[in-house]
Design a protein around this ligand. Structure first.
Ligand code: GDP
Ligand code: MG
Length: 441
């Protein structure tokens, strides 16, 4: 698997200071293969990898992660970002009914989706109505009616026996009917073809003009892989859509279609369908899809664990130093960063008598403040960091000038440091941590 390949290529390269270009290239090559195997379209892969490389080149090496893990972390974050970050909610009309139109190729799962959406909408407290505008295939209307019955919602369909009706006409009348019967959401099922063709696009566009949908959802089978891009482009140009629904994710599709469609059209993915039953449906989760595309959920968990373990190790090292009174300003900074990241340790500290103050101080520190503190500490000479006692007035002035802060801030920092050190010494005396254990780290 990809994770095996990556780990064996790049093991033991921990903490080299900066990711080397060779490390990044090697990892990028493997990621590229993973994306192509997941059926992401080639131009999308290229663009994506280029972007990730740029970001990786600017990244400091994390001491907690090896270069492969670090690049994967970046890839994962980028994937989640592109896939939408947060889920977008359905646009509801100011004046009901909200009209949701479904468009997509035949067999993509529109009719099935209509039932799933109706079920989901009902759970959200809506009173949806389905509309049968697929009058192309003889069974299409019945299929929607069956789906509607299962979902327990009304289905609006042309009267039987009148021959083939006009879908645009049905669509128009359905809105009247929805208003009349107080349905606040209308889901319009439309006809698809096996391939993209003009007649299909024209009909979908005519229905769209007739009902003025609040959402037009492009329904796409995740299994069609690379073809998703051309199909999405055709629907974007022919009908236009405001959101995407991925179907058949229960199959073995790796989900590359999601990334391609999202990247090429810029429209968000709203829902995911993963089975034939009404309940096989969920709002779309970018993070799950990202780990599916990468095919390395385990690796991502490992990365998370490695980072947490590393933070913990750091925090413990710092704590044992604090107790012996050897704490330097450098340690102080690290300690603050570690505590900020860990959260729970801050809470632990709060439970120790006398430590409440320390916790308050730490929790007041936000990231931008940590940046400022870091700037101040970086503005000190190594000797000053090791032994803050030598920081006299003129040194304070110099440090303030050098790091672009007021002298008062330098004073604050130094005072805070002394307080923290004193407190930690007292605590160490009381509770014995960091005392003569002698773990030479
Ligand atoms: P339409 O032509 O776009 O209306 O597609 P249908 O809703 O009729 O679905 C076509 C076929 O795909 C049917 O056999 C559905 O049962 C099946 N189908 C739809 N959605 C899913 C899904 O998420 N997973 C699976 N496995 N099958 C699905
Ligand atoms: Mg259908």
């Amino acid at each position: 698997t990809l994770s095996d390949r990556l780990t064996s290529v790049l093991q033991n390269l921990r903490g080299k200071g900066k990711l080397s270009d060779a490390d990044i290239d090697a990892t990028a090559r493997e990621i590229r293969i993973a994306l192509l195997e997941a059926d992401v379209a080639l131009p999308v892969v290229r663009e994506f990898i280029k972007h990730v490389k740029e970001r990786a080149k600017g990244a400091e090496v994390s001491e907690a992660l090896n270069p492969a893990q670090q690049v994967i972390k970046i890839v994962n974050e980028e994937l989640v970002g592109i896939l939408g970050g947060e889920t977008r909610r359905v646009n509801l009309a100011k004046t009901p009914p909200t009209v949701i139109m479904l468009a997509g190729l035949q067999g993509s799962g529109k009719t099935t989706l209509a039932g799933k959406l109706a079920t989901w909408l009902k759970k959200q407290g809506h009173a949806p109505m389905l509309v049968a505008c697929d009058l192309q295939r003889p069974n299409a209307v019945t299929q929607l009616q069956v789906v509607g019955e299962r979902a327990g919602v009304t289905t609006y369909a042309p009267e039987p026996g009148n021959g083939v009706g006009d879908p645009v006409d049905v669509a128009k009348r359905s809105i009247e009917e929805a208003r009349h019967a107080q349905h606040d959401v209308v889901v319009v099922d439309t006809a698809g073809r096996l391939g993209v063709d003009e007649e299909l696009m024209q009909q979908a566009a005519d229905i769209r003009d007739a009902v003025q949908p609040d959402e037009t959802l492009f329904v796409v089978d995740a299994m069609i892989g690379q073809d998703a891009v051309t199909t999405a482009e055709a629907f974007r140009d022919g009908v236009g859509f405001t959101g995407v629904v991925l179907t058949k994710l229960d199959g073995d599709a790796r989900g590359g279609a999601a990334l391609s469609v999202r990247q090429v059209t810029g429209e968000p993915i709203l829902f995911a369908s993963n089975g034939e039953k009404l309940e096989d449906f969920d709002v779309f989760h970018p993070d799950r899809m990202a780990s599916r595309i990468l095919g390395m959920g385990d690796m991502l968990t490992l990365i998370e664990q490695a980072e947490q373990a590393f933070d913990q190790e750091k925090a413990e090292q710092a704590a044992s130093k604090l107790g012996t009174g050897d704490m330097t300003l450098e340690d102080f900074l690290e300690q603050m960063q570690a505590v900020r990241k860990m959260g729970p340790i801050g809470n632990l500290l709060g439970m120790l008598p006398g430590a409440g103050q320390m916790k308050d101080q730490l929790s007041q520190v936000d990231d931008s403040q940590i940046d400022r503190l870091q700037a101040i500490i970086r503005g000190m000479t190594p000797a000053e960091r090791e032994n803050p006692k030598i920081i006299n007035a003129s040194r304070r002035q110099r440090i303030a000038n050098g790091s672009g802060v007021a002298v008062r801030e330098v004073n604050d920092l130094v005072n805070r440091f002394y307080e923290a050190r004193k407190m930690m010494q007292q605590m160490a005396g009381k509770f014995g941590f960091g005392g003569g254990g002698g773990s030479a780290t």
